[in-house]
Design a protein around this ligand. Sequence first.
Ligand code: TXA
Ligand code: MG
Length: 325
Amino acid sequence: MSEIVTGPEGIALGAQRLRAGALVAFPTETVYGLGADALNADAVAKVFSLKGRPSNNPLIVHVCESSMAKRVVDGWTDDATKLADAFWPGPLTLVLRRASCVPDVVTGNGSTVAVRCPEHPVALALIESFGNPIVGPSANPSGYISPTIPEHVRDAFDAEDLIVLDGGHCRTGIESTVLDLSREIPCILRPGVIGAHRISDVLGVDVQTHPIETEPGETRSPGVIGAHYQPGTPARIVSRDALSTTPSSAVLLSWSIESHPNGGEIVVMPSSIGLYARAMYRALHEADRLPGTEIWIESPPLPETDDDRAISSALRERLQRATHA
Ligand code: TXA
Ligand code: MG
């Protein structure tokens, strides 16, 4: 049975489990992660097997400061320093050349490693107390909705002996921006709340926002294509104009109306885009548990600022994949 644990005892127990090669779920500002000692190949293999994750999809290595990131990277760059200074701790993941201490299983045998310093006191305390970097994919079965409260993790892995460190409801609510710094032009592989404009401001150059295939069939980040983030109930995105036609058998996620037009279940969403992002995965979990044969998701609120536009494209990517047939 998995268990939610709180406070300093939870962090001490978490570090002890990591040292023993076991898994520990931990909160970050984005989503909950499934942690394991990043330098222990057997421990990392357990993460892939528990999540049912394809072995070619590499994991993010979480650190508590830049000096720890430099241990897993071969050739830390000036750009990495600028970005870490500007955005760490925070929801930006940097892809760089990997150091030889990083096991193949972490990187899917690739030549790069993704690193990030999360902004959550519990995550930072866990890594600091453990003393080494930890891997941390989102703590959900592969392909399913990401977790933003500890109960999502506990319920998904209840058959396991897993501890879940309690960090409340994740503040940002969607995963970090993944930025590839290993090629000539920095490229966003996964959009997040830190947008291209903010990264370009720091680097003084434009960044690419669409990953290109370098070789036919080669994907730079296998985790960023196809169906993902999916509820068990089939879901679709609908425009505001179509809301009145929502069947009563469909659970509706809406930020512009407060009751289901045809008497079915509704999950009311915030109308500010930042709060919408924070609430989205939790709402999808809730909608998935409510009785209904479908989930209808009203298109998210429209962006007004550059920061909003970054969130908007991150939401679009998540929702397109959550509703991918
Ligand atoms: O916000 C986050 O990043 C959360 C929290 C827990 O930190 N973690 C997370 O991990 O979203 P995961 O495993 O669910 O997603 C990691 C993404 C995947 O799309 C994966 O393909 C990509 O990062 N990735 C990891 N290592 C990579 C690498 N070396 N090169 C390119 N993409 C990589
Ligand atoms: Mg994930």
